[in-house]
Each structure stands twice: as C-alpha cells, then as structure tokens.
Design a protein around this ligand. Structure first.
Ligand SMILES: *Cc1c(COP(=O)(O)O)cnc(C)c1O
Length: 385
C-alpha cells in the first residue's frame, strides 16, 4: 500500500516560545482579563503603524476589542449609525462586515467587486449612494488595500465616513501609507487564522480622539473609566455609566499573545511574501490565474487566492492528496438570511459571482516548509484545468 503523505492543513498559526512566555506572564500576574498587558499591546500596536507610516504615535489611537466584529460594531456606533441608514460594503467579504450593519437596523448596500483584485469596485460606489448612506466599509481582500484615494474622495464629496475592514491587511500599504492610517476608523482582526493571531481579538485604530474615546467607553458597558483603574490602588469603586455599551473587552492572556505576535509580525510577513512569490513563479504560464497586486500598493498576503476552472474538483482532489484549501468568500448576497432580509438579486453582482465560482485559497503561513509549498504547487498544477 502506498504511504499517504502527511496532511498539509489550510492554516496553522505560528506560535512559539514568545507567545507562551507572554501568555504565562499574564497568568502568573494574577490579572487575566483586560489590564496592563492590553494597554501595552494597544500602545505598541499604534506605535507599529505610526512608525511604518512615518507618523508620530500620538496621532493615532488604538482601542482593543475581543474581535474585529466587535471593533466594527464599536466603529459604526461611534460614527452615529442609526436605524434605516445605509452602509456600502463589497459583497465579496466575510459575513461580519454585513452583520455589524444589521445590528443597528441599518441596511448593508452591496457593491460588486473587481475581477482581478476581488476588492470593492470603487467605480461602482457612487451610484449606490442615497440620502440615507452614512458610510462605506471597504474590505482589503486577502491583504491588498482597496482604491483608497477614490473611496476617500467619494466619501468627502458625499459626506460619508469610511470604516476600513482591515481583518486581512496587517501589515499592508497603500501608496506608502499603512492601512490603519487612511480612513476614519480601521478595524483589524486577531482571529486565529489572521496574520496576527491572538486566539480572538480585534483593534480599532483612528486618528479621531472622540471616536477613540467613544469606542473605549462602549467597549466596557458604557462605563466612563477603564475598569482596571477600579481595582488598583489608584482607583475607587465609583464609576458612571454614560452610554449603553457592550462587553467587548479582550483579555491580558490574548493581549500577551498579540504582543508576542506583533514583535514577530515583520518576520512572519516576510515569510508569507516568500511563499506567495514561490506560488507566483510556480503558476506562471499555467492555466492557474494568480492574485494580482497593483503596483502602488502592497499586500501582506493573508490569503493566496487562485482562480481555476473546475474549482470544486480541484478542492476535492487536493483534499484527497492531504492538502487543505478553502474558499473566500461566499458573497453576502448568496446567504439565505441576507437574501430574504434585503432582497439582494444574484444578477446584480456578476463579477463577484464569477470570482466566487473559480476561487480557491491555498495554504500560506509562516511555518510552511519549502517542501510543503512545493507539494501544494505541484498538486494544483497536476489537477488544475
Ligand atoms: C475574519 C474577518 C472578520 C471578523 O474578524 P473577527 O475578529 O473574527 O471578528 C471581519 N471581516 C473579514 C473580511 C474577515 O476576514
């Protein structure tokens, strides 16, 4: 019997001694919920983005949360989204982008995407703007920033806010400006599969102090002061509830993981980019359509999404070879709840539909070995048509 090769999972977080030490430190400190490590993580996170963009750290505010979904919810509340308002989002995204809009009784207005980048098609945004439109949420698909100049120009012209869903794009740059320093508010994800993995977690980043303050208060029950103050010697039992907030804080255990990952982010990023370059070379001149990255921006290659005819067969064959792949994303307009609630029509999103039918995400993570990358590439080339 032929021996089966060891499976290659679609994803595996790169976690080692540094992460273990940081999480252990939080546990040993006896303070395991949001506390000093979370503060340290927020401070280092905004310093990282500021340094990358050549800005002073004081110009940015970073508010951590227990997920990017929570951060997006806090962002939309901070800009004052109301029932009946509309928010323009790409249909090619994870459902969280749409879901947070519905939390307000507001309407996610779906925009079709670009065939090559899978990003929101900025040239189609303005015709979707109505008197009720309050915001645009661009999603930087797979890590590549959207056309931010065009999107910011539309927002300025039509008095809209731009909340960036940056769940894929840490670290990515648009015209030398890091994602996180461009729109009104940017939300990052530290979910287990993202480029900075803290188990769960998110970060809201903004240059607007009022938004940051609003988000900080709403992150913890609408309490006017950060709770850890209450439990330290400098705090007291007194607090006031000034808003109807949420329970969206992260923990110092997660923030410890986040800190360790942040300090390794550039190295992990370089490793992912090396894998993307190897895939690019392997698929050159084949029937496999490779990801396109525009020359004025960079991607962190959170995902490596190819397009092929017969995607489902390829997925099955690779699975049989022990190679895990995935599909990003089933467009929002195809999900039953959203179809029913908002009456989206499949025919309105021809590009997203074509992209969806042919897309396949290949494994790409720092700890992949050269042999694993080669095996994936060879598997794809052997089966793709
Ligand atoms: C992962 C993801 C989110 C949600 O992130 P969580 O931290 O899991 O809430 C939002 N948008 C996109 C595009 C994502 O991929």
């Amino acid at each position: 019997m032929k021996k089966k090769p060891t499976p290659i999972p679609f994803h595996r977080a790169s976690l080692g001694k540094a992460e273990l030490a940081q999480a252990a430190e939080a546990i040993k400190s006896g303070w395991i919920t949001m506390g000093p490590k979370t503060l340290e993580f927020e401070t280092e996170f905004k310093a990282y983005l500021a340094k990358r963009g050549g800005l002073k750290p004081e110009t940015l505010h970073a508010v951590s949360a227990n997920s990017a979904t929570a951060a997006l919810h806090l962002a939309l509340k901070a800009i004052g989204l109301k029932r009946g308002d509309e928010v323009i989002i790409p249909t090619t995204t994870f459902i969280a982008t749409a879901e947070v809009v519905t939390y307000f009784g507001a309407v996610p207005v779906l925009c079709d995407v670009e065939e090559d980048t899978h990003n929101i098609d900025a040239s189609r945004i303005e015709r979707l703007v109505t008197r009720r439109t309050k915001a645009i949420i661009p999603v930087h698909f797979a890590g590549q920033p959207c056309d931010m100049d065009e999107i910011m120009a539309i927002a300025r012209r039509r008095r809209l806010k731009v909340i960036e869903d940056a769940a894929h794009s840490l670290p990515s740059d648009y015209k030398c400006r890091p994602v996180g320093t461009i729109g009104d508010i940017t939300c990052f994800s530290f979910y287990a599969t993202k480029t900075l993995a803290a188990g769960e977690g998110g970060m809201l980043v903004t240059a607007n102090e009022a938004y940051a303050k609003h988000a900080r208060i709403n992150r913890l029950h609408g309490i006017s002061r950060d709770a850890w103050d209450r439990y330290t010697l400098k705090g007291s039992w007194r607090y006031e509830v000034v808003d109807n907030g949420y329970k969206y804080n992260t923990t110092d255990i997660n923030s410890g993981l986040g800190l360790a990952q942040l300090r390794r982010l550039d190295a992990m990023n370089a490793a992912r980019l090396r894998i993307a370059a190897r895939y690019d070379r392997a698929f050159a001149g084949s029937a496999v359509v490779r990801p396109v990255v525009r020359p004025d921006r960079t991607t962190c290659a959170h995902l490596y999404v190819i397009k092929v005819a017969g995607r489902d067969e390829l997925y099955d064959k690779l699975k049989a070879d022990g190679i895990g792949t995935s599909v990003h994303f089933i467009p929002v307009h195809k999900h039953p709840y959203y179809r029913k609630a908002f009456g989206y029509r499949n025919a309105d999103y021809p590009v997203a539909n074509r992209v969806f039918e042919r897309s396949l995400s290949l494994p790409i993570y720092p700890d992949m070995t050269d042999a694993q990358v080669r095996r994936v590439a060879e598997g794809v080339l052997a089966h793709a048509r």
